[in-house]
Ligand binder design. Structure first.
Ligand SMILES: [Zn+2]
Length: 156
């Protein structure tokens, strides 16, 4: 029993858990896209955090409060260095670049990209570069739905 925890032990993170990886300044993530398609959705910025825009399904509190709307994209990716999968958040600019540069493909799965940030700030512009489109996908896992992960990210 961990002396700093009372009641139930904190569950260990399973190796299969997926999570949203933030791209930090100075860091380069070289990942292969596992998703067939990019997942795009709207969210609202409350001033402190992002919340989902639920307009498509039901009345949206964010829309009613006229909170700023932002588009967020998500991809499920495989990290070639760490040999594990996670989700990454994609900005509209990065998403446009990925879609434009893969025009002649039927799927995003198998496209290798490098993600980094310009400048030294945590909210610096997300930069995406396509580095390889000929990845052998036979041994890589299937892509997972992105939306639940984005919701998880926003709920933090
Ligand atoms: Zn809304």
């Amino acid at each position: 029993m961990n002396a700093k925890v009372k009641g139930l032990e904190i569950p260990k993170r399973s190796r299969n858990d997926t999570w949203v990886q933030r791209v930090r300044p100075g860091e380069r993530l070289k990942v292969v896209i596992l998703s067939e398609v990019l997942w795009g959705m709207h969210c609202h910025w409350t001033g402190a955090r992002s919340v989902e825009c639920t307009k498509a399904e039901k009345a949206c509190v964010g829309c009613e409060r006229q909170l700023p709307t932002r588009w967020k994209g998500g991809l499920h990716v495989w990290d070639l260095g760490r040999r594990e999968s996670y989700f990454v958040e994609i900005t509209p600019r990065a998403a446009r670049r990925i879609v434009e540069q893969t025009e002649n493909r039927s799927t995003l799965r198998g496209v290798c990209i490098e993600l980094s940030r310009s400048g030294t700030k945590v909210n610096g512009r997300l930069v995406v570069q396509i580095v390889d489109m000929s990845i052998d996908m036979k041994r890589l896992p299937a892509g997972q739905a992105v939306s639940p992960a984005l919701q998880w990210l926003w709920s933090r």
